[in-house]
Design a protein around this ligand. Structure first.
Ligand SMILES: [Zn+2]
Length: 252
């Protein structure tokens, strides 16, 4: 900006003032547009609430801090599922973490419409469960599967199996204490691409832990980790979450 302004000042004795004003306006507008592209925070809506988890502590507080660091995102959190349709109007990435029901038909419709528009969705931990018998489309079409069980809370390894994908790039395999979800892909859904696997320490069984869903329109990322602070306060988890939101938002 300074060098551009100096350049214009140096040339000013040869140019009419109207041209100089015009040039200054163009330079300012161009710089503003570039700044917006890089600095505009991603608008994230976190939906939490339900059983077995401290949603307020780990999602509303800690994940929000993780996502808002260095103005990467602007987060709104709700556990009122009736408000989803309202908030989605100005949301870039919907981050579903809840295992409470979403009974509101407008909210269900708004989530599917959001996906149809090619927006970004991140599914965290409890949102990858088979939570709702009266809403099979959620698991089949958005999640392409789900979990019906998990190992007892304990330590296990998460192996990065695709280190080239933007979600997992520069993240090394790690171990943590969490619930190892038995996520199974549904063959009747759009399918998934596994980026990291959780490995059961006794039997060596492997389950998708970080993956993307091959949805025809939306960019949907899933992180099966996240039962409590052992995940949410872990650097690797925090990087995965920010990467997932960043990747999902690229559809904007
Ligand atoms: Zn859990």
């Amino acid at each position: 900006m300074i060098s551009n302004t100096l350049l214009i000042c140096k040339a000013s004795h040869r140019l009419p003032s109207i041209v100089i004003i015009g040039l200054l306006f163009l330079v300012t507008a161009f710089n503003g547009a570039v700044a917006d592209t890089y600095k505009k925070p991603i608008r994230v809506l976190i939906v939490g609430g339900g059983s077995s988890h401290d949603f307020d502590r780990w999602y509303k507080k800690v994940d929000t801090q993780t996502l808002e660091k260095r103005k990467f995102s602007e987060v709104r959190y709700t556990d009122n599922t009736d408000s989803i349709a309202h908030y989605l109007q100005d949301t870039d990435v919907l981050y579903l973490t809840n295992n409470q029901p979403i009974p509101n038909k407008e909210a269900r419709k708004a989530i599917f419409e959001f996906a149809r528009q090619g927006k970004g969705i991140v599914l965290g931990h409890a949102a990858l469960w088979y939570n709702w018998q009266d809403w099979p489309e959620y698991n089949q079409k958005l999640v392409s599967g789900g979990s019906r069980g998990h190992d007892p809370y304990g330590k296990f390894q998460v192996n990065i199996v695709d280190s080239k994908h933007p979600l997992t790039r520069k993240i090394k395999s790690f171990s943590l204490e969490d619930e190892l979800y038995y996520f199974k892909s549904d063959a009747s859904g759009p399918g998934i691409k596994v980026l990291a696997e959780a490995v059961n320490p006794e039997k060596g069984e492997r389950f998708p832990s970080v993956f993307i869903i091959n949805h025809p329109e939306a960019r949907i990322a899933a992180i099966a980790l996240g039962h409590d602070g052992a995940a949410h306060e872990l650097k690797a988890y925090q990087r995965l979450l920010r990467n997932a939101v960043s990747w999902a938002a690229a559809s904007q």
